[in-house]
Design a protein. Structure first.
Length: 87
């Protein structure tokens, strides 16, 4: 478990503007995921411009901005509501 926390912390610290990321979020009760680019970084949140999404996603979802919590925001961060460096 400790190794997982270390990796998540390091991944969050590596986030930078223009970086490709994997995006996970819940919207209208549905879990969604996709790929995006970091558009803005703040201490507890990251703004991501979505460029690809998986599953049943509307065309309007692509290119939109999503604001998601960073790992440091432990009250809002979860595996279903996060941004991770793309692999």
């Amino acid at each position: 478990m400790v190794d997982n926390l270390y990796e998540l912390t390091r991944g969050d610290q590596k986030l930078q503007l223009g970086m490709d990321v994997s995006v996970h979020w819940v919207e209208n009760g549905f879990y969604r995921r996709g790929k995006g680019v970091v558009a803005k970084l703040e201490k507890f949140s990251v703004m991501v411009r979505l460029y690809a999404a998986e599953g049943t996603v509307q065309k309007s979802d692509v290119k939109r901005l999503l604001s998601l919590p960073r790992f440091a925001d432990q009250t809002r961060w979860s595996w279903r509501n996060c941004v991770l460096p793309a692999r």
